[in-house]
Unconditional design. Structure first.
Length: 301
């Protein structure tokens, strides 16, 4: 098993986005870093029909692997499939992403979402510091917060500070409000293990309960990194341009920067909650529902 891998947790509604991601990895993955795509067992046949893994592997020296969420849950300590099935999807996917290292045996990984795609060549050195430890996304989100203030989206700033404060209280940390994302994140298995053994287990809590209590896996990781220092902290800014909101994307389009030219940026994330361009037909809502959703987004912007 490779010490560093690419990982994505997906599901049926994102199958076309996952295909776009896979195609971009096949095109730009210069070091042939292994990529694991995890989906619910019930969605496996759809992904096999839509994403032709054998064809991708012929182009990429066998980099692509399709696995199930259930196979990850099966190796988690003190866990059963009922934990996975009984938790709402938005939460259980956070647990699966955070625990993927246990099954895959990697030391660290780039955790991607289906709505991400690469736009230029990437290699291992983008993710791993010269000392062999992974970089850590950790910054103060100036770009997003400054734009939100400029655009009058003050609720974005409030949400950022409120979310940060919840996990700072959890770990008794004072100081700056950090963003440990946005996705994709570079994660270390040692950090996740330190969260489990030094914070959750002594309280008799599992990651299932922790995520149900505060469903922000990115901040759980970041605060555990700062608290327990399981790896040296090598902070970097995001490697992808992440469009959290449609107004943010439209602003970039107006500037002619929808696909960033910055050499540091490896790709783009078009968050699926507002970008419906690759939504499969079986998950499309009615015409009236889609129209009302667009009207509400425009009113908010």
């Amino acid at each position: 098993m490779s010490s560093f891998i690419l990982f994505c947790k997906s599901f049926k509604d994102d199958v076309l986005r996952a295909k776009r991601l896979c195609d971009s990895i096949a095109q730009f993955n210069k070091d042939k870093i292994p990529f694991y795509l995890s989906v619910p067992q019930s969605d496996l046949s759809l992904f096999e029909k839509t994403i032709h893994i054998d064809e991708l592997n012929n182009k990429s020296q066998g980099c692509f692997h399709l696995i199930t969420d259930e196979s990850i849950v099966a190796v988690m300590p003190n866990s059963t499939l009922n934990d996975y099935y009984q938790m709402r999807g938005y939460w259980n996917q956070q647990v699966v992403k955070s625990e993927a290292w246990r099954l895959l045996g990697c030391e660290s990984y780039l955790c991607l979402d289906s709505d991400a795609f690469f736009t230029k060549d990437f290699q291992l050195s983008h993710f791993i510091h010269p000392d062999g430890n992974p970089y850590s996304l950790m910054h103060e989100a100036h770009e997003l917060l400054n734009l939100a203030e400029k655009m009058g989206k003050l609720e974005v700033i409030d949400h950022f500070k409120s979310d940060s404060n919840q996990l700072k209280i959890e770990f008794n940390r004072n100081g700056l409000d950090y963003d440990f994302g946005p996705p994709p994140m570079i994660w270390s298995a040692k950090v996740w293990e330190s969260l489990y053994t030094q914070h959750l287990e002594p309280k008799g809590e599992r990651l299932w309960e922790a995520i149900a209590r505060i469903p922000m896996e990115i901040r759980w990781y970041g605060e555990a990194l700062l608290k327990y220092q399981a790896i040296p902290v090598h902070p970097i800014d995001p490697l992808f341009t992440f469009y959290h909101y449609e107004w943010q994307y439209q602003h970039a389009v107006q500037l002619g920067q929808a696909i960033p030219s910055d050499e540091r940026i490896l790709g783009v994330v078009m968050q699926s909650y507002w970008d419906e361009s690759l939504k499969p037909s079986f998950s499309q809502k009615s015409f009236l529902s889609r129209t009302w959703k667009k009207i509400k987004r425009r009113l908010k912007s």
